[in-house]
Design a binder for this molecule. Sequence first.
Ligand code: ADP
Ligand code: MG
Ligand code: MG
Ligand code: K
Length: 350
Amino acid sequence: PLLRLVVLYGGVSAEHDVSCVTAAHVLAAADRSKYDLVPIGITKSGTWLRNDKAIAALAEGSDLPERLEPAGTEVEPLAAIRGEGTDQAITVVLPLLHGPHGEDGTIQGMLELFKVPYVGAGVLSSALCMDKAMAKIVAEQAGIPQCRWVEFRDGIDDPNEIVTRAVAELGLPVFVKPANLGSSVGITKAHDAAELDKAVDLALRYDDVVIIEEAVTAREVEVAVLGNAAPEASAPGEIVPGSEFYDYEDKYVTGAAQLVIPADLPDDVTREVRELAAKAFTALRCAGMARVDFFYEAEGRGWLLNEVNTIPGFTPASMYPKLWEATGISYPDLIDQLVALALDSHRRRV
Ligand code: ADP
Ligand code: MG
Ligand code: MG
Ligand code: K
């Protein structure tokens, strides 16, 4: 039997819509002679729906819409993942779910508990990379350079004290972010004390831990990493934001940001960031894939790690697949390698 590739998409996070676009592209590109493709959409309210229409379209070889909305038969998550009457087939899950309850280790924990192989980082790494504060603490331990930052924990820290300390230590402007999120949701660049107060309130709507970072003046460069124990790092790519920073609009609405691949950097500087990306991947216990994002201060501190994303954007126009394409791995091949890496991780764990 073909390998059952269960594609989980949609989800309850703010990145639901992005995930629906990704799923359509992945399903269209995956090799149907190798995989029995099973798209399962999760609605914004958390209902799991097996997309029978998409399954039929894939079987007939007809096209999928540009964006796959969760629709179809409501299913019980575990039963749907395992499949019924498909006992002979090996199942691999591809969780294309960005942000909380997808990229943060929760789905991974469920799959782990029921011994189902899945693509990407495990429980600890997913949770770590989703939490910008914890990721910084671990990366710092590993000696990876980062920008200066201050943590604010709601109900634990005194807001006035933290804000005063942040301004004194980091200056202005600063970036304020909910610890657990992505796609720039809840992030503000605060230029004065009043904006900073508002920014903290906004970030607190998404998480009870908020981080305040110095605003660095630097180029934004991203590296795709692929592998398990001996990960490979791609050529770096540069983001040139279309607005004041790489915000949600820029990422998904206007598409004004430009991707420069490969980034125009001296060879030794490129080598350095590829090594740092692989080092961050390993330090944060990643597996399968991750996009490791940096700031580059040409005149200052050089490379500073910004964040690691364990389920990076994955449409053919997204940085992660484009970086691999530029490094010699096509979009369908990337899917195959990720599935192979998932099976490899699984064999090690069980
Ligand atoms: P997300 O996980 O939502 O992508 P990021 O931490 O990557 O969050 O922040 C989103 C964007 O905000 C970055 O791509 C960058 O453009 C800008 N940004 C974030 N932190 C800083 C910083 N400390 N200095 C300058 N720009 C920043
Ligand atoms: Mg992120
Ligand atoms: Mg980011
Ligand atoms: K992240």
